[in-house]
Design a binder for this molecule. Structure first.
Ligand SMILES: *Cc1c(COP(=O)(O)O)cnc(C)c1O
Length: 488
């Protein structure tokens, strides 16, 4: 083994004759596994991975991390994503050794503390949502959508009803129709009116005995609360369908109103938006769902239950759709959620939402004079401004303004979403920002709208890469390491 690099060693261990050294013990013969690989998939040469000392690797990744914008370094008003500051205290608590070193295969009686925490968390989410049955298993908001739609499908199967359609407004997040398709339904789009409310005539024309679920985000991604929600719920329920509440915008209504009270049968929470879970790369995350008592029978198993002073996993639910994620869900994120809820308490959560709404309205009042908001003078936790006028007059687009903000040390707002607003800039300041930060941001936006057209078309000027082809970068990322590229 003398002078053998780690890469070389791994490569040697992975060769057919040695394959067993890298594989966990299993009953399948190594040759059978190797034969599953397509011809030519086993490399003859070790991969060209650079050989570097640890300090070089640490410096490389630490320097890369400083090129990122994050809530810890910059104001980050990315609408629809709720990029609020997350208390570091919750990070510390999720890292307490008693939680961190638990093993998912430990026996129930040795993890009573964790089970008590998860059980209390279920109760708190039930209270906030107004929906009594909870599953902590789903691994993201989108996964929660899919899980709830599978629950709905099981419910209708149980009633021997064949329903094929899931409806959602045209302003819905793309995950809504995607989840509908993945759960085996047809996704049907319902029109919104100019003020962002659901077009009830269009909804009525699409509701029938094939409608399983109407998915609605309320407050919507336009930052408005659709006050027709009780009427909508009544229409959908009369047609025999269920209401799914996409809870991504719960930051606007915590402790003010509850989805279960305004007609929802199912919903998800996004802990990384609302309850101080870490954001990033689609996970690891959590997307707990809450449903009505009736639908509770179909939730994933196991569910944490309390029997007197003891907590246990209950897997004995004959109508359950089964497991949707390994073990108990993403416990690290759920612990942060628990800490966040316990820290704020009921009154504190309401204040979170009141301040989120106050901040968004204040910023809207500062911005709408030069970037009008088609939805009017009031909003909830976020608002959508439009650069359509500036685009028409001078050719300066929402993208130009968003890119220029990077030069001033701000993360850009969400742009071109929702698609129902031309040159959309969706801005969500959140409750965790000060008035000074909001004033400085509004002043910068105003300054940018007065800058020279060419300066804006070519922005950003301060970043390593100016305007990558984003579609290409996502679909065909260049991930190869080469000394020449890393010097560039
Ligand atoms: C973020 C978001 C989702 C998806 O949630 P993830 O946790 O990112 O999967 C769904 N709907 C809306 C409205 C959202 O903003």
């Amino acid at each position: 083994m003398r002078n053998t690099s780690a890469t070389q060693l791994l490569f040697e261990l992975s060769q057919p004759g040695r394959r067993g050294a890298l594989l966990p013990k299993c009953d399948v013969p190594v040759q059978a596994l190797a034969s599953l690989l397509p011809e030519g998939a086993i490399s003859e040469q070790p991969p060209q991975i650079p050989e570097l000392g640890e300090p070089d690797v640490v410096r490389h990744f630490t320097n890369l991390s400083t090129l990122n914008m994050s809530v810890d370094t910059h104001f980050y008003p990315l609408g629809s994503c709720t990029m609020k500051y997350n208390p570091k205290r919750n990070e510390r608590e999720a890292s307490l050794p008693g939680l961190l070193h638990l093993h998912p295969y430990q026996r129930e009686e040795t993890i009573q503390g964790l089970l008590a925490l998860l059980s209390e968390l279920q109760d708190m989410l039930a209270e906030i949502s107004g929906l009594p049955a909870v599953s902590l298993q789903p691994a993201a908001g989108a996964h929660g959508e899919w899980t709830a739609l599978m629950v709905a499908a099981a419910y209708f199967r149980d009633r021997q009803e064949k329903r094929t359609k899931v409806l959602a407004p045209d302003s819905a997040h793309g995950t809504n129709p995607a989840s509908a398709r993945m759960a085996g339904f047809d996704a049907v789009s319902v029109k919104s009116r100019a003020n962002g409310y659901v077009d009830l005539d269009d909804l009525r024309s699409k509701l029938d005995d094939q409608t399983a679920v109407f998915m609605i985000t309320n407050p919507s991604t336009l930052g408005i609360f659709d006050e027709q929600i009780a009427e909508i719920a009544e229409m959908v329920h009369t047609a025999g369908g269920l209401i799914y509440l996409d809870g991504a915008n719960m930051n606007a209504i915590l402790g003010v109103t509850r989805p279960g009270d305004f007609g929802a049968d199912m919903m998800h929470f996004n802990p990384h938006k609302t309850f101080s879970g870490p954001h990033g790369g689609g996970g690891p995350g959590a997307g707990p769902i809450c449903v009505t008592e009736t639908l509770g029978a179909f939730l994933p198993t196991p569910v944490v239950v309390r029997n007197g002073e003891q907590y246990a996993f209950d897997g004995n639910r004959p109508k359950s759709i089964g497991r949707v994620r390994s073990f108990f869900g993403n416990v690290g994120v759920l612990v942060r959620t628990y800490c966040y809820l316990r820290t704020h308490g009921a009154d504190g959560l309401r204040r979170v939402s009141e301040n989120a709404v106050l901040n968004a309205n204040y910023l809207l009042s500062q911005v709408r004079h030069f970037l009008p908001s088609p939805q009017g003078e009031r909003c909830l936790h976020e608002f959508v401004a439009s650069a359509a006028d500036i685009k028409k007059e001078r050719g300066v687009s929402a993208m130009d303004i968003a890119k220029r903000l990077l030069d001033y040390g701000y993360h850009a707002p969400t742009v071109y979403f929702p698609q129902t607003v031309p040159e959309a800039m969706m801005i969500e300041p959140t409750e965790t920002e000060s008035k000074d930060t909001l004033d400085a941001f509004a002043a910068t936006l105003f300054k940018i709208t007065g800058e020279a057209d060419d300066l804006l078309h070519d922005a950003p000027h301060s970043t390593r890469i100016s305007r990558p082809n984003e579609v290409q970068a996502a679909r065909k990322p260049v991930l190869k390491w080469s000394p020449a590229a890393s010097d560039a």
